[in-house]
Design a protein around this ligand. Structure first.
Ligand code: HEC
Ligand code: HEC
Length: 398
């Protein structure tokens, strides 16, 4: 109903604007005034002055028109490259199915939302998502792009690249390897930012803004994931049956709902992180394969330390001595990184290999924390002394 009213009003407004343009109105007013002036000479003088003083305004109008000043196109979520590569008809079917479930930029919908019965609540939810969209378009779109593809105008010059939300893969989660993040994880990322990357902290924004922009990120992520699933199906079987779409929607919805109830807690309570544990942690760091990627000194300067992430960009194991842990500095954050790995990157989860020795995980946490501020303290090996990537790094004396 609201949309119909809005459409009707804007229709009337456009009609009035087209029929009674400002220029026409101004011209008739001038003619009336000119007719009131009696002598021909008076009239010519009057028109001359009007035209002379209106010339700069006219010039500005002409410049604006020439530079393409017109009503702007409404923003739209672009179809992914994968969808665009499909046959045109198939691509249209996929896009229509995505739109039917995730809405449009004008009316975004979250797949996991349970649609409320009351009209009032439905409207309130719509407003929240629109508010989230406003915040997103002001503060996130430069990096993360309109459709959440991580390809905003400045993305090309950033390393690491801003997250492409559309696969549902997030790095800093409190859920098992391969799972979606919990909503809380995204809130935490916004609160603390990702230290050491261009992802800023938004902790100073009003709570309402953070809450609703996270919801909007969820809309984009779920929409992107559905699009990805449908495009895969369309690619594989060269068709997309309408009756199959709800199954794919259900897969995406289940992925996200399951994450909400999959919080991983440490297997044992956090002990005191003593120097003794740091020593044991270092031994584990060398024997459990961490040093293979992170280097024996934790600086990541090893020859194998280069890989690709799930988004196709090159990546390398973190320099643990930099004091900039991306996923949070709390012991439990580091614990979860070790236990669950980092989605989309070569950093594996060690749950299966360390489950039987939970204390080792805390020892590793102690060690990571102890090296984490080396560079800041000036006790890390200076970069100049580090051998080039091609050669293995010597063991740093403890
Ligand atoms: C200046 C660029 C920039 C801006 C602005 C920005 N981000 Fe990011 N964001 C990044 C980068 C870069 C990463 C990836 C960091 C990495 O891979 O370690 C990222 C990652 C993320 C992640 C993924 C975290 C994870 O666990 O994988 C989320 C969620 C996110 N940003 C949300 C937002 C939201 C919401 C806003 C706006 C309120 C925003 N970002 C604004 C650059 C930016
Ligand atoms: C196969 C290579 C590989 C192995 C083995 C590996 N890591 Fe990592 N690790 C990575 C990569 C890559 C990253 C950076 C991921 C990113 O943020 O893009 C990383 C990041 C980290 C981080 C930083 C997380 C943050 O918040 O920034 C910690 C801590 C860490 N690894 C600890 C360990 C420990 C402890 C082990 C051994 C139990 C280990 N890693 C084994 C590749 C590896």
């Amino acid at each position: 109903m609201r949309h119909i009213l809005a459409a009707t009003f804007s229709g009337i407004r456009d009609y009035v604007a087209a029929e009674f343009s400002l220029a026409r109105l101004a011209w008739s007013m001038l003619c009336v005034i000119a007719n009131v002036l009696h002598s021909k000479q008076q009239r010519y003088m009057f028109m001359f002055y009007v035209i002379r003083s209106a010339a700069p305004v006219g010039l500005i109008v002409v410049l604006f028109t020439a530079s393409g000043c017109q009503r702007s196109e409404p923003v739209q979520w672009a179809a992914s490259a994968q969808v665009q590569a499909l046959a045109p008809e198939l691509a249209a079917t996929v896009s229509a199915a995505v739109q039917a479930n995730s809405g449009t930029v004008l009316v975004p919908k979250m797949l996991t939302d349970v649609v409320p019965k009351l009209e009032r609540e439905k409207y309130a939810r719509e407003l929240t998502l629109k508010h989230g969209q406003d915040v997103y378009m002001k503060r996130c779109v430069q990096c993360h792009g309109v459709s959440g593809d991580g390809n905003g105008p400045v993305a090309g010059s950033l390393y690491p690249r801003p997250r492409d939300y559309r696969r549902g893969i997030f790095k800093f989660t409190s859920t098992p390897y391969g799972s979606r993040p919990r909503r809380e994880d995204l809130m935490a990322t916004l609160d603390r930012g990702i230290v050491g990357t261009s992802m800023p902290s938004f902790s100073l924004l009003p709570r309402k803004d953070i809450e609703s922009v996270v919801d909007y990120v969820l809309v984009l992520a779920q929409r992107g994931e559905l699009e990805y699933q449908l495009a895969n199906e369309a690619e594989a079987s060269e068709e997309l049956l309408e009756e199959d779409v709800p199954d794919y929607v259900e897969v995406v919805v289940n992925n996200w709902r399951e994450a909400e109830i999959s919080l991983t807690q440490p297997l044992t309570p956090q002990p005191e992180l003593t120097p003794e544990r740091v020593k044991l942690g270092r031994e584990a760091f060398l024997s459990k394969g961490c040093s293979k990627c992170h280097g024996e000194d934790g600086r990541g300067h090893t020859k194998d330390n280069i890989g690709k992430d799930s988004w196709g960009h090159s990546t390398r194991a973190a320099d643990l001595t930099s004091g900039m842990l991306h996923g949070g500095q709390e012991p439990v954050d580091i614990y979860r990184r070790i236990m669950n790995g980092i989605n989309g990157t070569p950093m594996p989860g060690f749950k299966s290999s360390l489950e039987s020795e939970p204390e080792t995980i805390w020892n590793l946490v102690s060690y990571v924390l102890s090296v984490s501020n080396r560079r800041r303290e000036g006790t890390a090996i200076p970069a100049g002394l580090i051998k080039p990537y091609a050669e293995p790094v010597e063991v740093a004396a403890e």
